[in-house]
Write a protein that binds this ligand. Sequence first.
Ligand code: MG
Length: 162
Amino acid sequence: MNTPNIRTGHGFDLHRLVEGRKLILGGVEIPHHLGLLGHSDADCLIHALADSILGALALPDIGHHFPDHDPSNLNLDSSIILTAVVEMAKDRGYTIGNIDLTIIAQRPKLGSYLPAIRTNLSSLLHIPEDCIGLKATTHEQIGSLGREEGIATHAVCLLFKN
Ligand code: MG
C-alpha cells in the first residue's frame, strides 16, 4: 500500500498560567507577571505545533517521545523538541509545506510579539515566513482561558514528499 505524498496534522496544547515561571511562546520570552507551568519550558505553541507534525506522520505525541517523568526533560527548551520532530519528518521523506497556529490567551496581548515568534519558527522549521500562519485571540473572558488560568494553542500543518 502506498503512503500519501501529502499529509495534514492537527495539534492542541494547553498549560496553566502560574507565578514564578517565564512565559515562552514559540521560543520567544514574553514579558508577563505569569508564566506557563510544565515539566519542560511549557511552550504550548511549540508543543501543539510538534504534535501536529507527529499527527501528520501518524506517530505518537510528544509526551511519548519526551516523557515528563524523564528528569533529562526538566525545563527542556521546546525548540529541541521541535527540531527533533522536524528530523522525524525529514527521515520519512517529508518536508513541511505550511503551518497555521492560533494562540488563545486572554492576556497578555500578543500581537506585538507575533513577528518575532514567526521569525523564530521560520528558522526552526526551515520554511519561509509566508508559510507560517500565526494568530492570537482572546477567549472573550469565558471559561478558564478567559479567566487567564492558562494559555492554549491549536496547530495544523501540511507535509509533502518532494
Ligand atoms: Mg505541553
